[in-house]
Ligand binder design. Structure first.
Ligand code: C5P
Length: 260
């Protein structure tokens, strides 16, 4: 089911990051959250520990998967990985923008072809521009000059040109990207903190409401929900505040990642 059928509510827009190496923990989290969250992120830790079983278990329980393995290799190799992701039936997977336009385009084309061949829904390809852990000094030491925001914008435009469905971007880049890239391009945003959580984190992050207002389609949330005493209350109050707010891109979310 796509978020559109859900009315674009919060349950369709939060992606829960299953940062664990355990299959039983994965199952517990998916079961606990499934009433309120539908998409679960499988990253390097879980996939390297448990492999495709993690994805299969989430799907068997009724969840959808964002396979966050950030592919970055020569186009042919990424194409093969993209075909495997499509065959796994994930809803999203991601690649690094610095792999270049041809690599991104290959991921998009091959995943679509493989999904078609298997009669599955094609995954949406998301592009990671620059890791949010890098600052301008890190980039300079890599020989990349200029403001991070310019780089992120340029790499996002490359992703759009290559045919990707969206980008993963830090909350602070969302507004500028939304303006530059149009309403249809998906923006998935990690770095979300609830207002009651540590101030230090807040400097580099946004609350869910702020990120959605800035134009994010999906929020990736991990510890702020997984470590909360009553995450269901957090999600319910988010849903309430969303119902009262007008999030400009909200109603459009459902159709954007429909590629089939
Ligand atoms: O910090 P939190 O537990 O919410 O992180 C959830 C996920 O978001 C992590 O799996 C990580 O990959 C991603 N993340 C990120 N950039 C950040 C913070 C988290 O990409 N600044």
């Amino acid at each position: 089911m796509g978020p559109k059928e859900d009315g674009g509510g919060i349950s369709a827009r939060v992606i829960l990051a299953l940062d664990t190496d355990s299959l039983s923990q994965t199952r517990r989290w998916v079961k606990d959250f499934l009433g309120r969250i539908r998409i679960f992120k499988v990253g390097g830790q879980l996939f390297t520990s448990q492999g495709r079983r993690a994805v299969e278990e989430i799907k068997a329980l009724g969840g959808e998967v964002f396979l966050d393995l950030k592919f970055h290799d020569i186009p042919n190799t990424v194409g093969r990985a993209a075909a495997a992701a499509a065959a796994l039936g994930v809803r999203f997977f991601d690649v690094h923008a610095l792999g270049g336009e041809e690599m991104i385009a290959r991921a998009v084309d091959v995943s679509r072809e493989e999904a078609e061949r298997l009669g599955l829904r094609a995954p949406a390809v998301l592009v990671v521009t620059l890791l949010t852990s890098l600052d301008e000094r890190d980039l300079r030491s890599l020989g990349i000059r200029g403001p991070i925001s310019d780089r992120v914008l340029r790499l996002s435009e490359l992703a759009l040109r290559a045919g990707a469905q969206g980008v993963v971007a830090s909350p602070h880049e969302v507004a500028a990207l939304r303006k530059a890239l149009g309403a249809e391009f998906l923006i998935v945003t990690p770095g979300i903190r609830l207002s009651s959580q540590s101030r230090d984190d807040q400097k580099r992050s946004m609350t869910p409401q702020e990120a959605l207002r800035a134009g994010a389609d999906y929020l990736v949330m991990g510890r702020s929900l997984l470590r909360a005493e009553a995450p269901e209350r957090i999600l319910d109050s988010l849903a309430e505040s969303m119902a009262q707010d007008v999030f400009e891109t909200g109603s459009a979310v459902g159709s954007k990642d429909e590629r089939a």
